[in-house]
Design a protein around this ligand. Structure first.
Ligand SMILES: O=C(O)CCC(=O)C(=O)O
Length: 216
């Protein structure tokens, strides 16, 4: 599926660079704030890591082979409320700027992660009706091992929620255009995350999730 009907995108007020400036990745070292969640989990945050990203967003919206998925819910098959595209470790990424982002993440996190981010999962939230329900990325090694999932958010701002598995207070971060959020440590198996639906009028958001091999 490539012709995607979406709402207009409100990009970040911070994204005021001229198109000639192109995309830039800010430095990671010394700029990231780590929030320790407990139970061995943490999240790193860097608002506005990517700037000049309007062209990247437009390119991804129009060029990525977005596809709809269905899933079984009790006795019914329902549409997954977002569009998806997955790039395995041998697949070329759909945009050179994503290659640069992955390289920068690998340069910064490789020593701590002990391996490389290799795959990229892309989600397109067309408007506020699209969402992802509470889950951890536990298909694969995230079920039993500490790992990292690095998310670059593009387009309209959405709320990213985290809660401890089994109960506890929900915390949330508003992810805007160009923001970076990295979940690390035990986060995938001891915490859950979600993007809730919203009744507010929001445009399209793309989430790019970089993961190591064998983590889904
Ligand atoms: O949209 C996001 O930032 C999160 C996506 C996500 O949790 C997932 O696809 O597993």
């Amino acid at each position: 599926m490539s012709a995607v009907q979406i709402s207009p995108v409100q990009t970040s007020l911070f994204d005021l660079r001229s198109p000639e400036d192109g995309l830039s990745l800010g430095p990671l070292g010394g700029m990231i704030t780590r929030q320790v969640l407990g139970r061995g989990a943490w999240v790193d945050l860097l608002p506005g890591w990517l700037s000049g990203t309007d062209a990247l967003l437009d390119d991804l919206l129009s060029q990525v082979p977005w596809r709809a998925e269905q899933r079984q819910m009790y006795d019914r098959v329902v549409e997954v409320p977002r569009l998806l595209s997955f790039y395995g470790e041998d697949d070329p990424l759909p945009h050179p700027e994503l290659v640069s982002a992955r390289e920068a993440l690998n340069a910064h996190y490789r020593a701590e992660l002990g391996e490389l981010f290799t795959t990229a999962g892309l989600c397109l939230y067309r408007d506020g009706r699209d969402s992802v329900a509470w889950h951890g990325d536990t298909i694969g090694r995230g079920k039993a091992e500490d790992t990292m999932v690095a998310i670059v958010s593009l387009g309209s701002a959405r709320t990213f929620q985290l809660r401890p598995r089994g109960g506890g207070a929900t915390i949330q971060h508003r992810l805007g255009h160009g923001d970076l959020l990295v979940m690390g440590g035990s986060c995938q198996r001891t915490w859950e995350h979600a993007i809730p639906k919203t009744a507010r009028p929001v445009g399209a958001r793309i989430s790019v999730q970089f993961r190591p091999r064998g983590v889904r």
